[in-house]
Every structure is written in structure tokens, then in C-alpha cells.
Design a protein around this ligand. Structure first.
Ligand code: 4NP
Length: 154
């Protein structure tokens, strides 16, 4: 799960997918990272922690880290929260970039529409509610696609 700061969107996505994978008995390694260095080592944004907690998911132990090109070797799927993040990942990864592994998270529900999870960093607490919902629904759709491939939409 990748976003810009690894403090607002991708920590929620990491927590939600871990939660849903566990619930479905899937032993996946799930992590998140950011493409900007400003928040390395920090916990998720307080509003990301609050909205996750309200939904029964504790993300407060996460720590922001930078996306590295080796992530393309370590992970089978890389979900980007937004198109600008994919541009950054492309620059960071050079020859490791694999367009077959990276996709927009919202493509799991709206394939090919190029939808972003909006960046709530400059918003208020309320802006994190639709962000959480979008991320949750996309992760639930991905789990469904993986566990019941007949429902796969892309
Ligand atoms: P995120 O939000 O990518 O969802 O973690 C942001 C957090 C920090 C910054 C930008 C976006 N920033 O520029 O510091």
C-alpha cells in the first residue's frame, strides 16, 4: 500500500487489508510505504488512527517508511492510492518498476477509471470518513476477488 506521506491513506489501507486478510484466514504479508521523506519514522496521522479505531482497527503501531525499489521484489501486488504516487514510484524504482504489479487501489472496484483515493492531509477529521470507506470497500473487493475468482472484475 503506497501513498505520498505514509501517514494518512496507506496506513489505513495496510490496517484494513491486514484486518480483512486475517478474518478470511489469509496469511499475506501486508505493508505500507510512502514516496515522500517528510514523515519517515512517524506514526500514522491522528485522524487516520481515530477513523480506523472507530471501525475496530488499531493502526497506531505503524511507522512511516519510504518506498524502496526492492519492494517490487518483495511484494506480488503494489496498490497505489493515487496516480501521482505511481509517478513517484516509477522514479524511485527505475529498472525494478513493474507495471504488472502496481495498480490503483480503486481499480479493484472501478477498473480502468483511474480513480484516486483523495489525499486528506490538508483536510479535517470529517474528510477521513469517505477515505476510510473507499479504502475499506476496495480492500474488501480485492479479498473477494482473491478468494472467489469467479467474481473477479479485472
Ligand atoms: P498521505 O497524505 O499520502 O495519505 O500520507 C500526505 C501526508 C503528508 C504529505 C502529503 C500527503 N506531505 O506532503 O507531507
Amino acid at each position: 500500500m503506497v501513498c505520498l506521506g505514509n501517514i494518512c491513506r496507506s496506513p489505513i489501507a495496510e490496517g484494513v487489508l491486514q484486518h480483512l486478510a486475517k478474518k478470511n484466514g489469509l496469511q499475506w504479508e501486508i505493508d505500507s510505504a510512502g514516496t515522500l521523506p517528510f514523515h519517515i519514522g512517524e506514526p500514522p496521522h491522528p485522524f487516520s488512527c481515530i477513523i480506523s479505531k472507530k471501525n475496530g482497527i488499531d493502526i497506531s503501531n505503524q511507522t512511516s517508511r519510504l518506498f524502496v525499489k526492492e519492494d517490487f521484489e518483495r511484494y506480488d501486488v503494489i496498490f497505489s492510492m493515487a496516480k501521482d504516487v505511481i509517478d513517484d514510484v516509477f522514479k524511485i524504482s527505475s529498472t525494478n518498476f513493474d507495471s504488472g504489479k502496481i495498480r490503483l487501489l480503486m481499480d479493484t472496484i472501478y477498473p480502468g477509471e483511474g480513480r484516486d483515493v483523495p489525499d486528506p492531509y490538508y483536510g479535517n477529521e470529517k474528510d477521513y470518513e469517505p477515505v476510510f470507506k473507499m479504502i475499506f470497500n476496495a480492500c474488501a473487493a480485492f479479498i473477494e476477488q482473491q478468494t472467489n475468482p469467479a467474481n473477479k472484475t479485472n
